[in-house]
Design a protein. Structure first.
Length: 153
């Protein structure tokens, strides 16, 4: 069972909110909303949770894992029963592909990235830059073929 608690935004304490739309270096989509909503269907509930992803400065203590100076992280943290640690969702973009994975939060303030658990490709299965929407992810082990996850702004 995943327990959820609020953990603040990515990089809370920054000097102000990000713009409503932003370009991400190396990403084909040039106007991505700075706040995104992740919505998994019931077939994904054992792996994925509904949450809000927010673009912001990388939290302190996580510079060693390659998130970049700014990143998309979930506002909420979730508890991983097997690893007995909290995690946040991290969304990344590599040209036409978006991927989501867990960012495990260790007790000492550092963290570690999980493998990518789902991938969307712009131009396939209704995933578009404008309006920004990711549909029908390719889900890796644990999600199954009935698992559907959408992300939109």
């Amino acid at each position: 069972m995943n327990r959820k608690h609020m953990n603040g935004c990515c990089g809370c304490g920054s000097t102000g909110p990000p713009p409503p739309f932003l370009p991400i270096p190396g990403c084909f989509c040039k106007a991505i909303p700075s706040v995104l909503r992740v919505v998994p269907n019931a077939f994904c509930s054992q792996v994925f949770q509904a949450c809000t992803l927010r673009w912001g400065p990388r939290p302190a203590g996580l510079d060693h894992i390659g998130l970049g100076a700014y990143c998309f992280l979930s506002d909420e943290s979730f508890y991983h029963d097997f690893h007995q640690v909290y995690y946040r969702w991290h969304l990344s973009c590599d040209v036409y592909n978006f991927g989501i994975r867990r960012l495990f939060l260790w007790g000492d303030g550092s963290g570690g990235l999980d493998s990518t658990l789902a991938v969307w490709s712009i131009g396939f299965y209704g995933s578009t830059c404008s309006p920004f929407r990711l549909n029908s992810a390719i889900v890796y082990p644990g999600g199954g073929y009935l698992c559907e996850i959408s992300i939109s702004g």
